[in-house]
Design a protein around this ligand. Structure first.
Ligand code: ADP
Length: 610
């Protein structure tokens, strides 16, 4: 449980409700452990005496009698509490519903309030996780599969919540049932010497807790494996749900089904191992307990203990075992929770590598001057950019050209600090990007990428993402400049059309126009066009190109494009090869001086002719 201690403050917002839940639980525990055996002891003789009701002796404690274990208690007062005969039957008949009413209401209060706390705590755990995920740098998402992260956010958080709420509840209230039941047993022991002998023979009972530890260890190991397997399953599922087109186009249906089948089977096999150890615990405890009780009952028979006392004592013993059983189960829940917590901590403890500086340099609207000084960068130890230096003046349009994998996208990703440089620096208006607040920096940058991500929301809200405080007029104006107004107004629901997951209900060209409208709305001095028109057909490309030409005007623009036709507005071209700039200048100049550029350009010109 030690590992969970730092997370208990999550209960703070619901602490009042949680305490009431625990009080209800304690009451129901005492009602079960003490109330029910007492009821059995008192009511059974009355109901089954076969004669008219007699005076009912509630407590008959004689202090001269030797106590449990031979202790003398002559210093205690004698207690005799007797209910008069007239009331005996009514009392006997009312006691049963009364105990069950107290127990039932308290139990309901306990479980209801506990669920309420559980939901709030789960919300806190998931929010903590989600918030951290939102601030982690992109490299983290490269290393972790989205399906697995999904599984941690939904599944593993539940296990941790169970420990913080349900297990804590059981840890507090089960001892009350136990103490209630043991209290009744001890109280009975005060009453007769035969009972004491019966109880002495119960000393073998504690061995019934032995399986708890044995099973707990095995369950922890299996739970860890099962959670990893659940993550795999989610990954396969989310991957295939995100690529239904590709799966059909490449006839991968069977392959996907067998991949999924394997994951499901592995997961179920591990799940069954957990179920085996989890469900094995109760019967094991019960078998051992039954053996020891049976031994004790034999002792009771030998000591000529009366039947009603035996029944009541066995009832009390049952209620004493219930908490032991539950405490055993708690051990299992804690082991499962520990496995889940370890996986959540991998996320919580992942450092936010790209973070705001301690003393950020204020940054308003920038002019758009950008300086790369001797930049070396790599996703791993292998650099993908090596000693890159150049300067972009405000308003420059720079095209990045080079073979695939040369490092063009990696370079533009350093400007909004999606990643940080390993060596060197990137500066905007002469200020190192690591010295300003991320939000201030990114406010100055608009990005249009190859596959714009639209959220499953209305077209209006999808454009509004560009600048959340924009007015309706500004959103409409941005759509107009992006040549998107016409198609938006022709849709049945117009601006209120919901675009579907990832914008699936729109065409590629329409999605891209929304992305361009977002960039117009953002009106940022720095613009990054990363293969913005590569996924489009030539007709859509030509239409969007007109809007893009207007968009780049007056902004420092970085353009990555495979098609040379789309970089015609660039006055300056940087040619990349293996992470280095090998040529820098206008088209005419580098066409003459750079064989790699000339080769790429001519190859495309040839393809166009053929
Ligand atoms: P380009 O844009 O010129 O095609 P990139 O900048 O995308 O090239 O990639 C440069 C190199 O970095 C490639 O070798 C690529 O495999 C690698 N790379 C790109 N993105 C990642 C990533 N998220 N994690 C690890 N390696 C990456």
């Amino acid at each position: 449980m030690k590992k969970f201690l730092p997370y208990y403050p999550m209960l703070k917002p619901v602490i009042g409700t949680f305490v009431i839940a625990l009080l209800c639980g304690a009451l129901s525990g005492i009602a079960s452990g003490f109330g029910l055996p007492l009821m059995l002891k008192k009511v059974l003789p009355v109901l089954f005496a076969g004669t008219a009701p007699q005076d009912l002796e509630l407590i008959n404690f004689d202090s001269s009698q030797e106590l449990f274990g031979g202790i003398s208690a002559t210093w205690l007062p004698d207690i005799h509490l007797v209910v008069p005969a007239n009331y005996v039957l009514i009392f006997a008949l009312l006691l049963m519903p009364l105990v069950f009413i107290i127990r039932g209401v308290a139990m309901f209060g306990n479980t209801y309030l506990l669920n309420l706390c559980g939901i709030r705590v789960l919300e806190s755990i998931r929010m903590k996780l989600f918030t951290h995920l939102q601030h982690l740098h992109l490299g983290f998402f490269g290393k972790n599969k989205s399906g697995d992260l999904l599984s941690r956010t939904t599944g593993d958080t539940m296990l941790v919540k169970t420990v913080l709420v349900e297990v804590t509840n059981d840890l507090v209230i089960q001892p009350f049932t136990l103490v209630g039941a043991v209290g009744f047993i001890v109280w009975s022991a005060f009453q007769s010497a035969a009972t004491q002998q019966f109880l002495l023979s119960l000393c073998v009972v504690p061995i019934s807790v032995l399986p708890v530890q044995f099973i707990g260890k095995r369950l922890l190991k299996r739970s860890k494996k099962m959670l990893v397997s659940a993550g795999e399953l989610s990954s396969v599922l989310s991957e295939s749900l995100q690529a239904p087109r590709e799966i059909r186009a490449y006839n991968l249906e069977e392959r996907e089904c067998s991949r999924f089948r394997k994951c499901v089977r592995d997961f179920f096999a591990l799940q069954m191992k957990c179920v085996k150890y989890d469900k094995m615990l109760t019967p094991l405890i019960e078998i051992i307990a039954a053996c020891s009780i049976s031994f004790a009952v034999y002792q009771a028979a030998a000591a000529k203990l009366d039947q009603d006392t035996v029944i009541a004592l066995v009832g009390a013993l049952y209620f004493a075992y219930d908490p032991i059983k539950k405490l055993g189960k708690i051990n299992n829940r804690v082991k499962e929770g520990t496995a889940g917590l370890a996986r959540l901590e991998e996320i919580w403890q992942a450092p936010i590598e790209v973070a705001d500086p301690a003393n950020p340099h204020p940054l308003g609207v920038v002019r758009g001057e950008i300086n790369f000084r001797d930049v070396t960068f790599g996703y791993t130890d292998v650099p993908v950019l090596r000693g890159v230096s150049f300067e972009a003046k405000p308003g420059d349009t720079i095209a990045l050209v080079g073979p695939s994998g040369a490092g063009k996208s990696s370079l533009v990703n350093l400007i909004p600090r999606f990643y940080d440089v390993s060596i060197g620096s990137v500066a905007v208006d002469g200020i190192d990007v690591r010295d300003v607040r991320l939000a201030d920096l990114r406010k100055n940058i608009a990005i249009v990428s190859q596959e714009p991500i639209l959220f499953n929301d209305t077209i209006y809200n999808n454009i509004l993402i560009g600048r959340l405080d924009a007015t309706r007029e500004e959103v409409i104006a941005a759509a107009k400049r992006a040549s998107a107004l016409e198609f938006i107004e022709s849709l049945d629901n117009g601006w209120d059309t919901v675009v579907g997951e990832r914008g699936g209900r729109l065409s590629g060209g329409q999605r891209q126009r929304i992305a361009v409208a977002r960039a117009f709305l953002r009106d940022a001095p720095i613009l990054i066009l990363d293969e913005a028109t590569s996924a489009l057909d030539t007709e859509s490309e030509a239409q969007i190109q007109v809007s893009l030409e207007e968009l780049v005007r007056g902004r420092t623009t970085f353009m990555i494009a495979h098609r040379f036709s789309s970089i015609r507005t660039a006055k300056r071209i940087l040619v990349f090869d293996e992470g280095k700039i090998i040529a820098d200048g206008p088209h005419e100049k580098i066409y003459e001086s750079c064989p790699l550029y000339r080769g790429l350009y001519d190859q495309q010109a040839m393809e166009k002719i053929s």
